[in-house]
Design a protein around this ligand. Structure first.
Ligand code: THU
Length: 161
């Protein structure tokens, strides 16, 4: 007999950045700063990501677009690949993300795309410790989840290889 299973996830929805603790407020400020330096001339949609390392260093990334569209890369992957390149053995604690559009307000949390979830989950699986994710638009609510796995149920990882 087939078994039906329910997969639940839990997130915390903060009213605004001010509700975050000091460390996450700083992390989100870094994501916002990074967002302002995004290279997004085609979509005009800027995203900034800030990765909090175990040594409290913050590594920033933003989306980098390309005239050959698929050659561009999302902010989250720019940031996490840089973190992996700079500190191959260091654990990653959290990532904050902020997105804004040139021609309209983005006032609700913008979650990372599926490819970025997969890329972040690679590092979470490697370090066997959760990476917290915090994401927002340009203003408004901030959603926090305790693990990337929460955003990627039934995910693929190296244990299958
Ligand atoms: N983008 C990100 O940087 N992160 C995401 O999670 C979603 C999308 C970027 C890619 C592209 O440069 C622009 O936003 C529009 O899709």
């Amino acid at each position: 007999m087939a078994e039906r299973k329910k997969i639940n996830i839990e997130v915390t929805v903060h009213e605004n950045v001010e509700e975050l603790n000091e460390s996450f407020k700083t992390l989100m400020s870094s994501a916002i700063n990074a967002r302002k330096k995004a290279y997004a001339p085609y979509s005009k949609f800027s995203v900034g990501a800030a990765v909090l390392m175990e040594n409290n260093e913050i590594i920033e990334g933003n989306n980098q677009e390309n005239a050959c569209y698929p050659a561009g890369l999302c902010a989250e992957r720019v940031a996490i690949f840089y973190a992996g390149a700079k500190y191959p053995e260091m654990r990653i604690r959290a990532m904050a993300i902020s997105a804004a559009a040139l021609d309209h307000g983005v006032n609700e949390p913008v979650a990372p795309c599926g490819s970025c979830r997969q890329a972040i989950s690679e590092y979470e699986f490697k370090q066997s410790e959760p990476i917290k994710l915090l994401f927002m638009g340009e203003t408004g609510k901030v959603i926090m989840c305790n693990s990337v796995a929460d955003l990627l149920p039934l995910g693929f990882n190296s244990s299958y290889l």
